[in-house]
Design a protein around this ligand. Structure first.
Ligand SMILES: Nc1nc2c(c(=O)[nH]1)N[C@H]1C(S)=C(S)[C@@H](COP(=O)(O)O)O[C@H]1N2
Ligand SMILES: [Mo]
Length: 526
């Protein structure tokens, strides 16, 4: 063989070695997903490692991820994990070319990492959660071992000169690996679909009863007709979604149970979904918002919820609020995916409409928003009140237990801050001179909004027109007819709640208990 040919042969064998690594990784991941579909979808290695990464993310980084990627943050994380895995797979393929055993052993190390991540997840209840990663690693190691063998073995019927390799054998083994990976991938999809099918069927079968206490009619003046203004009721498809779930839990309502127990609970309760539907349901319009919402941000929405009032249920269990001598001051709700959320017992039992919601805008809760049951408590940020896919309520104290986000630097207690937002005009809009309708929303759930003011550039604050109030638990729309003059202008808004407190100008970050500051928008009038 000539020098050039030899170099070329070495180079192409390296490429094929890298490809072997990628094929081994593909077989490994699809085999793991197939096993996960049988064991538990959340036990798959990518989801487990991703979930562990989410759990270990400091508040500041989580905040940055939400700011930068918004609701796509979880997709970005998973693509990032796959990217890192691909690089490692190529490296292991090259390693296997020189040290066949070491390459395969490397794949097993990744399997161990996946298994450890799966077992350490808060929703992991069994050692079987390690199986997907182990199965995937074994399959991947075997594939890499075989492929590396073909790359280093002499071609059939030729003496081993060290330069040749088994092209035919490699091609066959590589094709078989690719086919196996594709097959496992398809099978995993089908199995996951069948699993989700039970949950979907149970959701389709839910007939929401007529609420014993219907919501008050929304006054006609509560919804303004200004183009560009968010609607008063947020449709489910547009309702923001914020959670840590890499796989949306698909819970079968028929098998679902809610346990209520803990400090000061005289009669622990276990309730089925049917038990809840048989109670007197209430229907309420409540605005929900996320503590991670920046000033002017989108993580706020208003929906019509149907649910079981939580306070009477707690009273039946013998719970008393701290103001009446109760021993537990914190209610910890736990979801099927291991999220924990701590809510002041006092708030839940002070007469406000704290709900175990089963319906959202006239339909059973969407899976994304917590089917079959979630909590909603007016006046508190979601991370301290709105547990989705809830399955357990434990009465305890704030001294005894820190919930998920509290362990990650967020505040123990977090009532919503009074806020207002300009929906229209949009930043950098170019409206024509003359009357421009400025409009938006303001919220201070459970206190109510009393005034909204708008300022143009450094001019005086002027009262905006407030839409009719529906309830203190819902946001309030506002509008302001601005006589716009040509040039660049800054529009700023601030709200005053019913306690008489006006939004502070001081800008704070979202960590630890929600952003403060005024929303402003810069426009150029033509
Ligand atoms: N199980 C679970 N519930 C959860 C969360 C979560 O990550 N997991 N996120 C909370 C947060 S931070 C918010 S703001 C609300 C968002 O509810 P939504 O996604 O229905 O808008 O859900 C809360 N409930
Ligand atoms: Mo949130």
């Amino acid at each position: 063989m000539t020098q050039v040919n030899e170099t070329r042969a070495v180079a192409s064998r390296r490429i094929l070695a890298g490809l072997s690594g990628l094929l081994a990784a593909a077989v490994s991941l699809t085999a793991a997903e197939l096993a996960a579909a049988a064991v538990r979808p959340e036990a798959g290695p990518v989801v487990a490692v991703g979930g562990s990464a989410v759990d270990r993310t400091p508040a500041a980084v989580k905040d940055w991820a939400i700011r930068t990627f918004g609701e796509a943050d979880k997709l970005v994380l998973q693509l990032g994990i796959l990217g890192v895995l691909a690089l490692c797979a190529v490296a292991l393929g090259l390693l296997a070319l020189r040290h066949r055993r070491a390459g395969a052993a490397g794949v097993l190390v990744f399997g161990a990492v996946g298994a450890a991540a799966a077992l350490s997840r808060p929703d992991s209840a069994s050692w079987t959660d390690a199986l997907p990663s182990v199965a995937g690693a074994l399959a991947g190691a075997a594939v890499l071992h075989v492929l590396a063998g073909r790359l280093t073995a002499p071609p059939a019927d030729t003496p081993d000169t060290g330069a040749g390799w088994d092209r035919r054998g490699f091609l066959i083994a590589a094709s078989a690996a690719a086919a196996a990976s594709a097959g496992a991938g398809v099978a995993a999809r089908v199995a996951a679909g069948a699993r989700g099918g039970d949950a979907a069927a149970s959701r389709d079968a839910v007939g929401l009863p007529r609420p014993a206490s219907p919501a008050a009619a929304i006054p006609s003046g509560a919804a303004l007709r200004v183009p560009g203004l968010q609607p008063f009721t947020t449709p489910n498809k547009d309702f923001y979604r914020v959670d840590t779930a890499l796989v949306v839990p698909k819970v079968d309502a028929g098998a679902w149970r809610l346990r209520i127990h803990g400090t000061g609970v005289r009669t622990p309760l276990i309730l089925t979904f049917r038990d809840l539907l048989e109670r007197a349901l209430v229907e309420r319009d409540i605005t929900l918002n996320c503590v991670s919402n920046e000033v002017g941000g989108p993580y706020v929405g208003n929906a019509r919820w149907i649910g079981v009032p939580l306070a009477p249920l707690l009273r039946e269990a013998g719970v008393r609020p701290p103001s009446r001598g109760g021993r537990a001051d914190q209610l910890v709700s736990r979801s099927v995916d291991g999220m924990t959320i701590g809510t002041p017992v006092e708030d839940v039992m002070d007469g406000r409409d704290a709900l175990l919601a089963v319906g959202m805008n006239g339909e059973p809760l969407p899976f994304d928003h917590g089917f079959p049951v979630r909590m909603v408590v007016p006046g508190l940020y979601g991370y301290v009140s709105a547990c989705k896919w809830i399955e357990d309520i434990e009465l305890t104290s704030f001294d005894a237990y820190d919930a998920y986000w509290v362990k990650r630097d967020w505040a123990r207690e977090a009532p919503v801050k009074t806020q207002s937002r300009i929906d229209t005009p949009k930043p950098f809009a170019r409206p024509g001179a003359g009357t421009v309708m400025v409009a938006g929303v303001a919220w201070a759930q459970h206190r109510g909004i009393d005034a909204v003011e708008v300022r143009v550039d450094d001019g005086p604050w002027r009262r905006a027109e407030l839409a009719a109030e529906h309830t203190a638990d819902t946001w309030r729309q506002w509008s302001f007819a601005w006589k716009a003059t040509p040039g660049s202008h800054t529009l700023t808004v601030r709200a005053t709640d019913r306690t008489g407190t006006t939004q502070t100008e001081k800008r704070t970050r979202t960590v630890p208990d929600g952003a403060s500051g005024w929303h402003s928008v810069v426009v150029t009038v033509e």
